[in-house]
Design a protein around this ligand. Sequence first.
Ligand code: LMR
Ligand code: MG
Length: 512
Amino acid sequence: MDEEVATQMDWSPFSHQTLLDPEARALSRVGVIDVGSNSVRMVVFDGAARAPAYFYNEKVMCALGAGLSSSGILNPDGRIRAKAAIIRFVKLAGGMKVTPLLAVATAAVREATDGPAFCEEIEAETGLKLWVIDGEQEARFSAQGVLLGWPGAEGLMCDIGGSSMEIAEIQDGEVGRCATSSLGPLKLADVKGGKKGLRDHVRSELAQLAKTVPVRHKRLYLVGGSWRAFARLDMLRKGYPLAVLHEYEMSPKSIRATIDWIETQDLNDLRLQTGIGQARISLIPKAIQVLRPLLATFKPSAVAVSSFGIREGVLYEQMSDRLRRRDPLIEASRFAEARSARMPGFGKVLFEFISPLYKGARESERRLVRAACHLHDVGWRAHPDYRSEVVFDTATQANLAGMTHEERIFLGLSLLHRYKNSRAGSRFEPFFDMITPEEQIRAEVLGKALRFGAMFAAEDGEFLGKLKWFPKKKILEVHMRKDLAILLGEVAQARFNSLAKSLEAQSRVVMR
Ligand code: LMR
Ligand code: MG
């Protein structure tokens, strides 16, 4: 185990907790302004640097790149609106004590003849320096954004903007070759030659991209507002229960089916059903002209959405390797515990207590168990009748990274059972079916173990009992010192029995 990972596994209260880490603290409120060809956006990241929360997030659809191919200049109306938005953002960032505030400008500003003048104007008026990045840098930042939310990402990143589309390889936690193209939907609107002209143009641009970045990556990561809007439509068509876009998976087959389906639908109807904005949905017909040939060119076997992109990539750029290698899920969970649990630090004690149940478990499950331990008490302020729902929603819908949708359900269900024995008749039933019946039972066991263990919080953090689990014999024991036997009150005893029942085990109390 390398030292960094070892330190992360160290649970001592003074191990480098994010909150105590000067580097993480220095990055505790970073602002990024992204002057894109469709939208101008400011995001302020807050909190645990490796797993930032969105303290502020505002976008204005300025369409700076509209008409650019023929006019050569920034869309005049968009330019006025973009400037107003940036002035507003800079003022707000001042009030939020954001340091640093970083600003990048992409395809539209770099290509327009009045791009430099626009940057000068912004700097003169606000003091903010717009960093005009080239296509390869744009690709690299977006791919870094994918890595921020997805440390294990491997494959090809594709970021669609307004005036350009970038791709980048991601391998072993690093960004590899990067390339850019003019396949942004605003640009495609200006391509001449009707349907055929567009088709040929898309094909030749994709062929160019495929020359720089070799084809056949197993996974394709989609970044950018237009792909996110497409994913929302895919969810709508399928009646997908979760609303989270990050790590939403689509098979190439389902993507093709959704493209065919969109072509038969009224865009306005789709807009009303999904809440996608007018400016955004109007780009969908162009974006899908790229998506089908994109799949045909790069032949991914799986496609997933990353709601992290260029802005998160700019944040990632500020981090040391040491910070990058931490697990965003564990960081976020620890952060939530430190901020919201009644007894911060107890999560670690609880983890040790229930560990005997996870001796042979896969690392991927142990990681979720750890997150659940940190999160086991963050819902305590909610009304007792609603705690199980609040924690389920928090785990499944939260703006958290580093979890597949199935893992979200597993974590949510285990936290639900932290507060409640039965899930029968729950309004969350459609979600539970996203994981297998066996996984549902494992989540139930975890929740019940947390529920039982939570009754043994001693002042000094020392645990008052020990679990022993004999999986072959199906015996679950709790060992306690005789003088502490009184602690195993009626309720605790009932919770212990309920846990044993979920394990289909016999329960035994052993007094020493
Ligand atoms: C852009 O170019 O504006 C994109 O990166 C983001 C968007 O909103 O499409
Ligand atoms: Mg962009």
